[in-house]
Structures are given as C-alpha cells and as structure tokens.
Design a protein around this ligand. Structure first.
Ligand code: SAH
Length: 346
C-alpha cells in the first residue's frame, strides 16, 4: 500500500468492517502475512525485556504501575542487577536488550547512561533499546551517545480528546509526540504504538493512530490490547479483543512493510494462542521477559500479565517450538530496521 491514507472517517469505517466481516478479515490477514514473508521470510526477532523499575511519576488511568496505586510493592534494579540479566540473556541467545520502566526520578540521566555504556562495553554486538518514557532532549542525547540504539515510546492514542480521557491533565499528547520526533532526530530507531480497545476508544481514534504513524514513519510499532487492572480507575472495564488487535497488526504490516512489529505479551495474555496469531497477522518480533524472577510479578501493567512459559526468556526453547508449529523461526540476530545505519557516535 502506498500513497496517502483515506481520510479519518472513511478509514474508520474500513477498520470497523475488517473487525466485523470474517471474509474481509481473512483476506487482510493473508495479505499481511504475505507482506511480512516478502520482507523477513518466516523470521521472528527476539528482544530480552528487562523491567528496570515500577516506580512511576505518572498517573495514567489505565496503567497498573501508576503513581497512585498504593497497593503495588515498588522495586528498582541496580546497574549490577540489570547487567546480570544481560549476561544471562546473552547466553540464551538474545542480542537486543530492552530496558523498560516507569518514569522513575531516582535514576539521574547519568545513571541510565552508565548502565547503557556498561551493557555496550560488555556486549558490543548487542542492541540496547530504552523504553523509559518522556525525558528532555539532553537525556535522550546522552543515552544515545552512551550507545543506546533504539527507543520505544508508544503514543498511546493519537486522538486528542481520547488521550485526555486516559491521562491526567498534566500529560499531553503533544509533548509525547515531540519526544518521538526528537528521538528520531537524534538518530535512534524509534518505536511508537498504541493500545487497542482502551476505554472510550472509537474507530476514528484508531484511524487517527494510523494517520499519526504514517506521519512519524517509525521503525518499530508496538500495539497490544488494553487489559484492565484491578487497582486503577478503569478496573472492571472490557479488555481489547483479539480480533481488533489482529486487524490493527495486519493493517500496520501492510502500511509499514519493513517495520519491526512485536506480537505483545498483552496479546498472549488475552488469548492462549495470541502470540502465534500475531505472527500470522504480520508481527515479526517477540519480547520475552528477562527481568529477575523476583520482580516479575511486580511489573503488573494489567491484570494477569503473563511472565511464565513462553513469555519467559528462560523458556526460549519452548517459544521456538511454538513458533515453529505456526511456521515461524525464532532467530538471534539484532534485528535492526532493514538498511538502518546509525549516525553519530556508536
Ligand atoms: N514509562 C514507559 C513504559 C510504559 S509501560 C513509557 O512511558 O513508555 C509500556 C506500555 O504498556 C505502555 O506504553 C502502554 O501502552 C502499555 N500498558 C500500560 N497499561 C496497560 C494496560 N492496562 N493494558 C495494556 N497495555 C498497557
């Protein structure tokens, strides 16, 4: 697919139709799987996900690690703990480490830079991805200079009004988008994305997400179903559906043939075969959990978040078997964006 997207109202109707009509959905999924195959064959890239901290200054209404959730036991990892996760991950075959966390003011920007350079010093053949939220350009630049390669920052929803229903007024979609453009300018491979089926979301909002992504042209796009968390203002809400999520993955694959698109933990949380269904809809990345086992249950973004079995880095062999059954091969390459060349200091 090339050229401009249909306008929001038309695209919204098309998305609705794809979610409701089985034959249209099957055709979409086949087209997306074929596009993924042409670009990447049946290869799936893996990333080891290290959940560094569940402290967060923000108060997003949907998120289990929001600041106001006083029921959550908080933790943060030391540099040594993060590095030992990487050592274990490297032995398992991971060549990308993703450091994710809440926006935790405890770490100074120099501390994060120090962790990144230590990982790059020990594992020069690995990519480091950061997913730590909204910071200023100086912090992003410092981390890039320390060797960080990629940054994940989902825009969450591109609909301005919708964004305001999911976040307190201190947070703005404009600032988040500015961060994304800044990251791109600095030279990161940039990932954005959104939740599917979050409270108040309309098909128009999803159409706006596609429009925004078309404008940003990110290298990575992470989407997953919204899943409620019991200790948030949205407790008891409906989760996003498998079908809607697969439709959006497939559309993203067609719109961004070369993008790195994960089949997310949230997707395998809402459906037992969610991960493989994601691959069959065009996803080509999976991010097993590499956090220390002792903290895994504390990074609870939503209820029942999976971190065992194939969601655990330690069960890579089993993940490989599951992927193979669906016709896919888990590979250990770094899995950069095709043709991406890093400029500036390595
Ligand atoms: N502080 C970082 C990491 C946030 S957690 C940042 O701001 O990017 C990573 C992602 O989890 C979020 O971007 C959000 O899209 C997703 N998430 C949070 N709560 C969720 C929920 N209840 N259901 C599904 N996904 C959720």
């Amino acid at each position: 697919m090339s050229g401009p997207l249909p306008p929001i109202d038309v695209l919204a109707e098309q998305i609705r139709f794809l979610c409701e009509d089985d034959a249209a959905f099957e055709a979409l999924r086949t087209a997306a799987a074929n596009t993924a195959y042409r670009q990447f064959r049946n290869r799936i890239y893996i990333r080891g996900l290290i959940e560094m901290t569940n402290y967060c200054r923000n108060d997003c209404y949907y998120c289990g690690i929001r600041n106001s959730n006083q029921k959550l036991e908080r933790y943060r990892l030391t540099k040594e703990a993060v590095v030992s996760c990487c050592i274990e991950g490297y032995d398992l075959g991971f060549r990308t480490f993703v450091l994710q966390g809440g926006e935790d003011g405890y770490y100074r920007k120099e501390d994060i830079a120090d962790i990144v350079s230590e990982i790059k010093r020990r594992f020069p053949d690995c990519a480091v991805t950061l997913s730590l939220g909204e910071y200023d350009g100086d912090a992003y630049q410092m981390w890039f200079d320390a060797g960080a390669d990629r940054y994940l920052l989902r825009h969450e929803t591109a609909g301005k009004e919708h964004y305001a229903k999911l976040h307190p007024k201190e947070m703005s979609p404009e600032h988040r988008k500015q961060c994304l453009y800044r990251l791109r300018e600095i030279g990161y491979q940039v990932g954005s994305g959104f939740m599917v089926g979050s409270p108040y979301q309309t098909y128009e909002d999803l159409a706006e997400d596609l429009h925004f992504l078309k404008e940003l042209e990110p290298h990575m796009i992470g989407i997953g179903p919204y899943v409620p968390h019991k200790d948030t203002p949205f407790a008891g809400r409906q989760a996003g559906t498998l079908r809607q999520t697969l439709v959006m993955i497939a559309l993203l694959r067609l719109l961004f043939p070369q993008a790195l698109i994960p089949s997310t933990t949230a997707l395998s949380t809402i459906a037992p075969d969610g991960r493989e269904q994601g691959f069959l809809a065009g996803a080509n990345v999976v991010m097993p959990n590499l956090s220390p086992v002792s903290v895994r249950d504390k990074y609870m973004l939503y209820d029942n978040k999976r971190n065992t079995g194939e969601e655990s880095a330690q069960c890579l062999e089993s993940l490989k078997r599951c992927a193979r059954k669906a016709g896919y091969e888990i590979v250990t390459d770094r899995g950069d964006y095709p043709g991406f060349i890093r400029e500036g200091k390595v």
